[in-house]
Design a protein around this ligand. Structure first.
Ligand code: SF4
Length: 489
């Protein structure tokens, strides 16, 4: 067992060069490309509006929803405060039931552990249950690099894999594709697919089913993530809608689960709260169709070898930040994505990381260190919609502001914005300077030539601000002048 030092400052973040937590360009640059894609915006607008409506309907049915949210938040906070103890208890219980626990400090260690475990079985194929943790560490690429074939079995993940695309949503990775685009991918990539295949959802699902069934039946190794792990009994849990997860968790001889260390909950009573919060917040269902739970190995029933890989990859560094650590409470429901006006327009690829949307904007920079994802905390209007819908009441806007401050403080040289605000602070605290500045601002009236807003004639960096915002023409009278005229001194 590798020692993991929880909650200590200065801990390592997720390493560079492996996994999918960093994009190749900043959020504004990537978003600019994505915004030119009208089809993407139409697909996203339609899909997020549908899920939003379903969620709002089923949440409104629960009279004690706010109390449930508060319970979820409290359980997560209490669990994080003693995470080390819960993880050690989880290891004890999994081991007692015939499983093996591996501790991975980062993506490289986790990939090496899983690769060695798969190779030891002698198989050349792996079936996978949808898992954010394995996407985060780039496990598919690591397995393929040693010649193993990896098959995603979640329908949306399959679409992404066959289309050689990237996921763009936590829950619905192919949300950016419409039915016609999915039909084209299937027709092009699935061997022996019906040449008469149409974009009818049932036909598409049946094509994927036929393609996957053969792989389920011959697979000897499956890799999964986990939604939750109950420390008191060493029980892992996966919740899903399609049943592909159940097939992967029960049919192969060997099951390997890669789980972020924050997914542990102390008891079954705690799990009960999250199993109520998650389906209503994610798919807008009262209960998800498949909830699989397993503990260790049962002779003659299910996989006969079970390995649990506990992944850190920057999580203890997040835990060390008193404000930012709340991001570890996330149960990956994706409700915050579906209500976010920024996500709805740019889509998930613009975030660069496998974690898009508001949760991605606070989680990715913390896992990698803010300097490697510096633009993400700014990818928000701070409207607060994400906080309103989060089932565990994560205060995402406050963490965004906290990370922005961290980024600004880490700058060697002050930014143009910081200099502008310093200048403004100085002027506002010296009346003579302030009056001079007000007189200077009147020049703006000359540039405006009677129009209510100023034309965008400013040099950088001001032009970066005015390109997408109207700068009002300065008024003829200042506030102080108006006040004096109307109320006297
Ligand atoms: S931050 Fe909250 S709303 Fe967003 S995915 Fe996580 S749990 Fe869901």
């Amino acid at each position: 067992m590798t020692a993991v030092h929880l909650g200590m400052p200065g801990l390592p973040t997720a390493p560079r060069g492996v996994g999918h937590l960093r994009g190749t360009e900043s959020f504004p640059d990537a978003a600019r490309h994505e915004l030119r894609n009208g089809q993407l915006r139409a697909n996203l607008g339609h899909a997020t509006a549908t899920i939003r409506g379903k969620r709002a309907g089923v949440v409104a049915e629960v009279p004690d929803w706010e109390q449930l949210r508060a319970a979820g938040k409290a359980i997560k906070a209490a669990t994080m405060a003693r995470l080390d103890e819960h993880l050690v208890e989880l290891e004890r219980q999994v081991t007692a039931r015939g499983g093996t626990v591996h501790w991975a400090r980062d993506a490289n260690e986790a990939n090496a552990i899983v690769t060695a475990l798969v190779q030891a079985t002698g198989t050349t194929e792996v079936v996978k249950v949808k898992s954010m943790a394995t996407q985060e560490i780039g496990l598919n690429e690591a397995l393929e690099a040693v010649g193993l074939d990896v098959f995603e079995t979640d329908l949306a993940e399959l679409i992404v894999q066959l289309g050689e695309d990237k996921p763009s949503h936590i829950l619905v990775p192919a949300i950016h594709k419409n039915r016609a685009e999915i039909k084209e991918i299937f027709a092009r990539t699935i061997p022996g697919v019906d040449p008469e295949l149409t974009d009818d959802p049932r036909q598409l699902a049946m094509a994927a089913r036929t393609h996957l069934r053969e792989r389920f039946l011959r697979a000897r190794v499956a890799v999964s993530g986990a939604n939750f792990a109950v420390a008191e009994t060493g029980t892992l849990s996966v919740v899903e809608s399609e049943g592909n997860g159940r097939m992967c968790l029960t049919l192969p001889d060997t099951l390997i689960t890669v789980m972020g260390i924050e997914k542990v909950v102390p008891t079954w009573t705690d799990l009960e709260v999250f199993l109520q919060l998650l389906p209503r917040s994610s798919t807008g269902e009262r209960m998800n169709p498949y909830t699989s739970t397993w503990a260790g190995v049962t002779p003659g029933d299910g996989p006969q070898e079970f390995h649990l890989v506990l992944l850190d990859n920057g999580r203890t560094a997040v835990l060390a930040d008193e404000v930012g650590r709340e991001a570890l409470h996330c149960i990956r429901c994706s409700a915050c994505l579906n209500v976010c006006p920024v996500y709805e327009r740019t889509g998930g690829h613009a975030y660069g990381s496998v974690y898009p949307g508001p949760i991605g904007a606070i989680l990715s920079p913390q896992l990698t260190g803010v300097e490697d994802n510096a633009s993400l905390p700014y990818a928000s209007s701070l409207c607060g919609a994400c906080y309103e819908v989060c089932p565990v009441a994560i205060d995402i806007p406050s963490i965004l502001v906290h990370l922005r401050a961290e980024h600004v403080e880490a700058q060697e040289h002050p930014t143009a914005e910081a200099l502008a605000f310093r200048g403004l602070a100085k002027a506002m605290s010296h009346p003579r300077l302030w009056h001079l500045a007000q007189r200077g601002a009147r020049l703006g009236r000359l540039i405006a030539r009677g129009k209510p807003t100023l034309p965008n004639v400013f040099p950088p960096p001001i032009s970066g601000w005015t390109r997408s915002r109207d700068l009002p023409t300065p008024p003829t009278r200042t506030f102080v002048q108006q006040w004096t005229e109307e109320h006297g001194q």
